[in-house]
Design a protein around this ligand. Structure first.
Ligand code: BGC
Length: 765
């Protein structure tokens, strides 16, 4: 009887849909309530809304890592490319024009808009700006700056017809060897969350959506499609989810991208706990969730879990969903829920609002933003006897290292950006009036072009590195006689699909690189001249063996397309470095807390145990008294700052505590300082790291002698730990130490505050 009634209702709806279609009065998205629009959809249309069109393919022809099940032939790739409205975008969604639903365009990524600059039968080039990598942005500790960068990236997406920018990447840098660390911010969840929130706010201010990714615990590339992360609930909450929680609550990203991996036995895209209980119910998220590309799991489990959209989509998924509804395996109301989540966002998109994009973003303006933003995240690691900034007598430079002439502006994979140019360090120095040795420049240029002809071609997964050119002792002696200083670059590349290697040429310097640092330094030192090393890298490299040798070391990261100019601005003192490390540089790789649990060889059944638990990064080094080489939060400046007047409006955590501190520039150059607030919890029956970053802020540009008072607002919940047994965030009673300084180990001021009662936020499940 029941079935009969439903059948009759079904027939009635179908007739109604037919009638409306004929009379051209179908409800339109944006004009009618979404519910009414969905009521007019056929089952197939609903299924198509939750599955991308499969037109786009960011994957290049083979060889793709074995981890990808779906193989795409070169022919398919070309067809996909030309079919896309925005050529080279990562994906698009299905349009239902009679209901006013447009197709939505998705494009990568964290360092700028990744689209194809070339289009068929079109002379014009569609370049985008290559912004600094996310790690550099995090090293600026400047949320306003990151927001500004996000806004610029978003505006390029908007002007190229993109609706959702697949950024930011915000996984925790659990291990220095993770191949995609350059796309991520930090080893610390607070810094990660604040940076991501700023980036999302910036992107979305420009009118396009952001996608925080990869949710969650995607902390390695090795077997990323199947790896099973075994992590305690506490570490998951405090370290891996925390940044996402901050970004979701503070910036409301339009979309979230689930990750490829499993967490405790369950694929994240199939996890109702992660996608519905935590994301939607606890954090009140109201955008939509998409899969990472080609994360081909069970579409029905994904639908039920709350993974609204399957990307880039393939035809079989549509049929599987239709069949599941028809067979009763998938309740249609779940499909409707997911369609609703997607359409609520579609209504906000430029495509829906028929934005007339120009295909002409403000590339010039953004180039100058890249130049200055990059300087703010560079970290001055060593500066013996104030060798930097270069003094005015320095003119002739022995510019050494392949990276100086062929600079690495970013990483590869989906985070790569096709920009119109990249400025080399040689160009930067010349613009500043310095004179890089011209014979050396000619030698490097011809060496690099010869080498490139012999190397395999670049592709999505791999950009081959030109090996260092051997410079003989005699050549170095000649350079040391004729030049005023040596500037030597060490560069590294990494990207999606592979983790970095614990080998010479990657984590370790090659023998030749080490020799070059030693020989250059000794040749210049013996003539009373200095050597500066510029690190053009995306993540941590071994430095203990050699950091004592050069006079100065500038960590320039992969600073985006204006690399050479930005680095020169720091070297010459046009800009004062104010970047601070967003991760620890250990003395030895073996000191890294996850070093023994980071897989290099895995197979289908692989698991990775996060045995270090919450002791990631400085939480480990500080608590277990292991001295790092350069600690989290560390970075030098050309000036000095004095911290004073630590004040608390109250010491009682029952109220909001306002902490204020005075920071004065006591040196003789204008500069900015990052002030970091760490808190030590009282002894409790659960383990606590000795220090945790709880607040941070950056001063304005302070002139010599100028001061600024920075204030931090602290509430009990800011100090909570996750208690597994109670399934709750808990701030226990006791006395907490507030420690203020310029790094996780340079603390200048301290004070005590007190929490008089248990403050508990229970997680309802
Ligand atoms: C990456 C994502 C990216 C997507 C689309 C995947 O391979 O993991 O970060 O957004 O491709 O290009």
């Amino acid at each position: 009887m029941k079935t009969k009634i439903w059948l009759n209702i079904g027939v009635a709806i179908a007739v109604l849909k037919g009638l409306c279609a004929c009379s051209n009065q179908l409800p339109q998205l944006g004009k009618a309530p979404i519910k009414e629009v969905i009521e007019m959809m056929t089952l197939e249309e609903k299924a198509r809304i939750v599955v991308g069109t499969a037109k786009a393919c960011p994957l290049p022809p083979q060889p793709a890592p074995a981890a990808f099940k779906r193989k795409v032939s070169p022919a398919d790739y070309n067809t996909f490319q030309t079919k896309m409205k925005v050529c080279g975008a990562a994906g698009d969604s299905y349009a239902i024009s009679h209901l006013g639903i447009p197709s939505i365009i998705y494009a990568d990524g964290p360092a700028g808009v990744r689209i194809d600059p070339n289009r068929e039968n079109d002379e014009k080039r569609y370049y985008a700006t290559a912004f600094p990598i996310s790690t550099l942005l995090a090293a600026s500790w400047n949320t306003e700056l990151v927001k500004q960068v996000g806004r610029a990236m978003g505006s390029e997406a908007l002007e190229y017809g993109v609706d959702i920018l697949l950024a930011p990447g915000m996984n925790i840098q659990r291990n220095p060897l993770t191949g995609r660390n350059f796309e991520y911010y930090s080893e610390d969840p607070l810094l990660t969350g604040k940076m991501a929130a700023a980036m999302v706010s910036g992107i979305q201010l420009s009118g396009v959506g952001a996608s925080v990714k990869h949710f969650v615990a995607n902390n390695q590339e090795t077997f990323r499609n199947g790896i099973n992360v075994i992590v305690s609930e506490r570490a998951l909450r405090e370290i891996y989810l925390k940044g996402f929680e901050i970004a979701i609550k503070e910036s409301k990203p339009w979309t979230v991208m689930s990750s490829y991996n499993k967490v405790n036995g369950e694929y994240t895209s199939e996890s109702e706990k992660l996608l519905t209980e935590i994301l939607r119910n606890e954090w009140k998220y109201d955008g939509f969730v998409m899969t990472d590309w080609w994360a081909e799991r069970d579409p029905i489990i994904q639908m039920k879990a709350g993974n609204d959209l399957l990307m880039p989509g393939y035809e079989e998924q549509v049929q599987i969903i239709i069949d599941a509804v028809e067979s009763g395996r998938l309740d249609e109301s779940i499909l409707d829920r997911n369609v609703t989540n997607i359409l609520k966002i579609v209504e906000k998109t430029p495509s829906f609002n028929e934005y007339a994009y120009s295909d002409a973003p403000s590339l010039k303006e953004h180039a100058s933003l890249v130049r200055s933003a990059a300087t703010e995240g560079m970290v001055l690691l060593e500066n013996r006897n104030g060798v930097l900034p270069l003094n005015n007598d320095i003119k002739k430079v022995a510019l050494l290292g392949v990276g100086a002439y062929d600079i690495v502006v970013g990483g590869h994979g989906s985070g790569y950006v096709y920009c119109s140019h990249k400025s080399s360090l040689e160009q930067g120095l010349v613009e500043a009036g310095l004179q890089p040795d011209s014979n050396l420049a000619i030698t490097y240029a011809s060496y690099i072009s010869q080498q490139k002809e012999m190397l395999p071609e670049e592709n999505f997964w791999h950009i081959p590195t030109v090996p260092e050119l051997k410079i003989t002792r005699e050549e170095l002696d000649y350079l040391a006689n004729t030049c005023d200083i040596a500037i030597l670059t060490i560069c590294r590349k990494s990207g999606e699909g592979d983790d970095r290697k614990l080998e010479k040429g990657d984590y370790y310097l090659t023998d030749q690189e080490l020799q070059m640092i030693m020989d250059t330094s000794s040749a210049f030192k013996s003539r009373g001249k200095k050597t500066v090393v510029v690190l053009n890298i995306g993540g941590v490299v071994e430095m203990t063996n050699w950091s004592h040798i050069p006079d100065a070391i500038l960590l320039a990261w992969q600073p985006g397309q204006e690399a050479g100019y930005s680095i020169t601005d720091i070297l010459t003192g046009r800009e004062n470095p104010s970047g601070k490390l967003p991760m620890t540089f250990p003395r030895r790789y073996e000191d890294v807390p996850s070093s023994t649990y980071f897989p290099f060889m895995v197979n289908d059944s692989s698991i990775v145990k996060y045995e270090e638990d919450i002791y990631v990064g400085y939480r480990h080094y500080n608590t277990h008294c292991i001295a790092p080489l350069y600690e989290f939060g560390y970075g030098l400046s050309y000036t000095e700052f004095e911290y004073s007047d630590l004040k608390f409006n109250t010491r009682n955590l029952a109220d909001t505590i306002i902490i204020s501190v005075n920071v004065k520039n006591v040196g003789n150059r204008a500069g900015k300082e990052v002030v970091q607030v760490y808190v030590s919890a009282p002894v409790s029956n659960i383990d606590k790291p000795t220090e945790e970053l709880r607040k941070f802020s950056k001063t304005q540009l302070l002139q010599p002698g100028e001061s600024e008072v920075l204030s931090f607002y602290l509430i009990a919940e800011d100090l909570a730990s996750y208690n597994d047994k109670k399934s709750a965030w808990l701030t226990e009673p006791g006395v907490y130490q507030v420690k203020i300084g310029s790094s996780s180990r340079r603390i200048y001021l301290q004070g005590e505050i007190e929490n008089k009662m248990n403050v508990m936020r229970k997680i309802k499940h």
